[in-house]
Design a binder for this molecule. Sequence first.
Ligand SMILES: Cc1cc2nc3c(=O)[nH]c(=O)nc-3n(C[C@H](O)[C@H](O)[C@H](O)COP(=O)(O)OP(=O)(O)OC[C@H]3O[C@@H](n4cnc5c(N)ncnc54)[C@H](O)[C@@H]3O)c2cc1C
Length: 296
Amino acid sequence: MKRLLKFDYYEPASLEDAVRILAAADGGASVLAGGTDLVVDMKTGRLQPSTVVNLKGIPKLAGIDAADDATRIGALTRVTEVELSELVQSRHPALAQAASILASPPVRGLATIGGNVGRASPASDLGPALIVHDARVAIIGTEGAREELVEKLYVAPGVTSLAQSDIITHFTLPLQPPGFGSAYVKLGKRGSGTDIALAGVAASVLADGDGEIVDCRIALASLGPTPFRAVGTETLLRSKRATQALLATAAENASHEAMPIDDMRASAFYREKLARVLTDRALRGALASAGVEVAA
Ligand SMILES: Cc1cc2nc3c(=O)[nH]c(=O)nc-3n(C[C@H](O)[C@H](O)[C@H](O)COP(=O)(O)OP(=O)(O)OC[C@H]3O[C@@H](n4cnc5c(N)ncnc54)[C@H](O)[C@@H]3O)c2cc1C
């Protein structure tokens, strides 16, 4: 690892000041949240910002709040807090599960939800879980505040649509009706599930009283250049009753939608097999959380 190059460091007390400093920076600027990715990226030389803006002094960027129709999670909320939140566990199970198997407890105690999405790693655990909950990301920049779907933020490995002066302020997860369930599963290299995903799958389903899948979402991690939805598999599942045969077909289909690569952690061939197995498990988890029994 290289040594850190010199950079200007700021701890603004307001979002307006933070945006102004980021916008004025020549030679690249980065926002600092927990630093678990940024410091590594700066040491390896992947990022060499001339300006680093620490968000920790800005009030109201952390915390989880319940509204009647949505859950609001601040960008600076630590992964541990997401993992342990009873509100997230009950309303957004896939997100709580993803948080509980992201890295190790010391990393989870520093890492933030905004940093996980801001880093845009293809292996992000929280990204797919947010996507299957239809989460929106709120951003503030020089043009003011805006919102978009989390899935629209991802552009390429390590690249988001955020401008240099954009800051993620929070995420909004709509409250889902009865019959909704979700789950996240992954496999890491050590098999413990707490290291970077060789592959990960988040799934959500909305089922009616007869066990028919009214709607569903499937999002994949480490199976493409960014976290992304397996939309063909979602279409295949909609308006069908959950049966063993349907799940097998869906899992197979998701493995064809996956776009895995060979890297030092796993081969594309192995990842494609994982896509099938993990999609099956994620769908079963989501159906169980929705209270749906899979018919024979
Ligand atoms: C040992 C180790 C194991 C890990 N294992 C996993 C794993 O299993 N799963 C996984 O998903 N990740 C893993 N990670 C990656 C990392 O911990 C997470 O991505 C973490 O959530 C990043 O959050 P952070 O607050 O530390 O972000 P930072 O490092 O502070 O920032 C990361 C990036 O996001 C940008 N950013 C941060 N906050 C914002 C914001 N509010 N608005 C705009 N941009 C922002 C930064 O500028 C930077 O580019 C691991 C990291 C380590 C060191």
